[in-house]
Ligand binder design. Structure first.
Ligand code: SAM
Length: 225
């Protein structure tokens, strides 16, 4: 496909976009700063414009019951939970007590503690219990799921999500270009191989509609049919 020559660089466009749309709160900016200070894995955090996009998605879809697989220090969870209605709830799954202690601190500062339930265990184990609870009608179906934990398990997370997300519900996958490594001819990293396989599966999966946005680190948004 022919594209018109850009009048500036993609970096300049990105700066323009951020300058003209980003509304990061002081609290989120503080969390970003603290995460950078405490761990060199801070790149795992969603960027502020992606967090803002997740908030918008929650509001556009009128989501009430949300799930997050991979919480880290809490940035995306705050974006999601704060966008939910008063009686909405976010279920967060993670394995790291150390990182989610930071999240807990910021949920408190953001007055979101009562809206969030965190379970510390391998997400697959927690999801198994959610499937049982949903089947027994002890837990509501989810309107929204954000998948952002260990990449090798994305397919498992997707299959579980399909069981507990309602029809028309939204499942979002992060890092779907995995720093561009999905385009490498010889893919060596297990995460890259898993993500690439996932992308190919999603493309032809009739159980969902999808859009693959080449923004952030590759965001795939799906709707359960
Ligand atoms: C990319 S980070 C999540 C970033 C977060 N969404 C944010 O915006 O700050 C991935 C998280 O997944 C968690 N994780 C890794 N393996 C997991 C597993 N098997 N079950 C649950 N969480 C896991 C890690 O502890 C880490 O906090």
């Amino acid at each position: 496909m022919e594209t018109e020559k850009l009048a500036c660089t993609p970096k300049e466009i990105n700066e323009y976009v951020l300058e003209n749309s980003l509304r990061e709160s002081d609290l989120l900016s503080e969390l970003r700063k603290e995460t950078k200070e405490i761990t060199d894995r801070f790149v795992m955090q969603v960027p502020p414009d992606q967090g803002q996009f997740l908030s918008l998605l929650i509001k556009i879809t009128n989501a009430k019951n949300a799930l997050e697989i991979g919480t880290f220090t809490g940035y995306s969870s705050i974006c999601v939970a704060s966008a939910l209605p008063e009686d909405g709830h976010l279920y967060c799954l993670d394995v790291s007590e150390e990182w989610t202690n930071v999240a807990r601190k910021y949920w408190k500062k953001a007055n979101l503690e009562s809206k969030i339930t965190l379970t510390l265990a391998p997400a697959i184990d927690t999801l198994k219990t959610y499937v049982e609870k949903v089947e027994q009608k002890k837990m509501e179906l989810f309107d929204f799921a954000f998948i952002d934990a260990d990449k090798e398990n994305y397919d498992n997370y997707f299959e579980f999500a399909l069981k507990i997300v309602k029809q028309n519900g939204v499942i979002v996958f992060d890092n779907m270009v995995f720093h561009g490594t999905v385009l490498q001819e010889n893919k060596t990293r297990s995460q890259t191989i898993a993500i690439d396989k996932m992308n190919k599966k999603l493309k032809s999966d009739p159980r969902i509609d999808l859009s693959f946005l080449p923004v952030f680190d590759g965001l795939v948004i799906t709707r359960k049919v």
